[in-house]
Each structure stands twice: as structure tokens, then as C-alpha cells.
Unconditional design. Sequence first.
Length: 165
Amino acid sequence: MEKKEKLDRGNVVYFFARIVEKRNSLCSLNDSCGVKCMKGMKPLFSSITDNWKTPEMFYKALDAEFRFDFDPCPLKPTFDGLKISWGGCNWINPPYSQIAQWMKKGWEENQKGKTNVWLIPSRTDTRWWHEYCMKAKEIRFIKGRLKFGDATNSAPFPSCIVIFL
């Protein structure tokens, strides 16, 4: 069962929900245990696509610095960037739903001597972040939130540039 509580700290009032566990009951997503399950709930932030255009001025500034010669995951690809060999200096703004696979492929390409510059969510709590990003030559955290493509709002997450030389 859920118990709502109120905590007063000066001028700020915090409301939080605490789940109270019922002993000897199993939840099978039918609320029989008394805990309201999340079945059928929609994600807080979601999109029909995860293929979003990089902000143009942002890309141009990095291209001037690195001189990219290949993009393994363009907006409208005619190839599978996970299955081909990449260029010498690559710009990667991967589909975020497949970021672990893209990071693995990018790491493999970097081991072949290729430069990879990534625009990715700053998700430091993920396995792929620790397996790959922490091995990067440089990580640049972006102040504020980026606005991708024709979106009306900024992204609901922080972004960063991860550079493998």
C-alpha cells in the first residue's frame, strides 16, 4: 500500500510516497498485493522517434575542430552503421534507444585507430557509460539542454560530447 507523508523543513514542504510492503503476498501485476503497479503507465518523457537532428551550429563548431569525414548514423541512412567500417574521423549522434550497441561499435572502431566524437545523453549511471565513455580521451559536459532538430522544447536530459582519439 502507498502511504503519503508530509515533511516540513522550514518554508519548504516535501511530500513523498512510501511503499509499505505486505508480507506473504505476491504481486502479479493485478494489484492483489495492495501495491499499485505501474502496468499500463506511460513514460514521463518519450518520443515516437529517437532519430533527432543535431543542432546545426553545434555540429559546425565541432566539425571545424575535428574535420569529420563520416557519419555512421545519419538521419536517413542508406546503410547500417553498426555493420560497416567507419571513416577516419567520425561524428556520431546515435539513436538513443540503441546507444549501448553504438558505443560498443564505436569502441571497436576506435581500437582500429579511428577518431570518434559522440553527442550523447550524459547518463553516467548506465553500464555503457562506464564500459566505454570512461575510457574516452575527453568528455565535455554541455551546460543547459540542447534543442534537437525541429523540436519545440529542449531535450529532457543533459548531453555531453565524448571524444575517442
